[in-house]
Design a binder for this molecule. Sequence first.
Ligand code: TYD
Length: 135
Amino acid sequence: MMARLAKEIKFQELGDERGHLVVMEGKVSIPFEIKRIYYIYGTQPEVSRGFHAHRNLKQVLVAIKGSCKMHLENGKEKEVIELTDPSKAILIDTLTWREMHDFSEDCVLLCLASEHYDESDYIRSYEEFSKLASL
Ligand code: TYD
């Protein structure tokens, strides 16, 4: 994974002979106070999600099981990042268009959010995103 439009976060794997353990801690390995956690699972392989950007929200995403592809855009560049490793996350900054594709059937995508849910923070129009991102 070599992300340009997102920051990669590699978590320490505290595994031993019993198995693996990964810790995500706000303001420690996650660069913000975690206000909200949600996860996406049971996504059919032909289903795509996302198709929005955020004005103020930052998010850390990690496929804690299975895999999916994150399509990112910042108004100038596009990038596809495959999430496959439960010890590696990406930090998506504000004003980044994201689409999620090609979920494996077993994919569990964990999302850590810097803000509470706020529909007015969403930019769901690609046209509006393109205008804001090129300012
Ligand atoms: P949506 O943003 O469409 O998901 P995605 O961008 O991953 O495709 O969210 C699906 C529904 O869940 C939508 O009705 C909004 C709601 N929702 C909440 O109520 N709280 C939340 O924290 C999130 C992320 C979504």
